[in-house]
Design a protein around this ligand. Sequence first.
Ligand code: SF4
Length: 229
Amino acid sequence: MSMTGDEILDQIEILFPNAECELKHETPFQLLVAVVLSAQTTDASVNRITPNLFAKWPDAPRLMNADLKEVEAVIQSIGLYRSKAKNIIALSKEIVERFNGEVPFSYEDLQSLPGVGRKTANVVRSVAFKEPSFAVDTHVERVSKRLGLAKVDDDPLKVEQKLCRKISRDRWNQGHHDLIFFGRYFCTARKPRCEECPFASFCKKDKLEAYQKELKEKKKAAKEQEAKK
Ligand code: SF4
């Protein structure tokens, strides 16, 4: 027996009644910077550096004039800190020069900023502006595929479109946090709590793993073939 998207969220909200954005921020600008910094690193490690970062440079006009080396020194404990430091200074400059100091709202404008992709744009629209949006990060993607809300070979944009189709619009923003909490604290990548899971009867974890294994083998074979040329 499978469940609808809304039924799945109902169950997750029993497990996690208070799922919310875990990145510390006080303004849309600080949220945008925190999400850019969170690429390929955990929210917890971003939260360890942002209090210091935002104490020194709390807004776009101040961060745009920051010294690159100083910003690097403050954020150096997270991965890719050099390119992230460059991006957050550059995006501050663009926000001041092109958007009058305000974080823009549209996908097009948000994604025109350095270091900002669709996921970041969706988080900012959803959390800062309360606009119904479904951000797909690594947890949302994995969990959606395990729960059969998306196919194992869907890319993140396809996953987003399917979630928007299968989940009621008024639940998109909370649903994003629900799926993240479920993925981060219950259905984790390496040690999911399958014995206590309400979705075990229709879970597609094995199918997803078989697909990922096959993909890995194909990539390895292609690499070996390339090396022989
Ligand atoms: S059965 Fe396990 S892998 Fe599947 S959704 Fe539940 S916790 Fe995740």
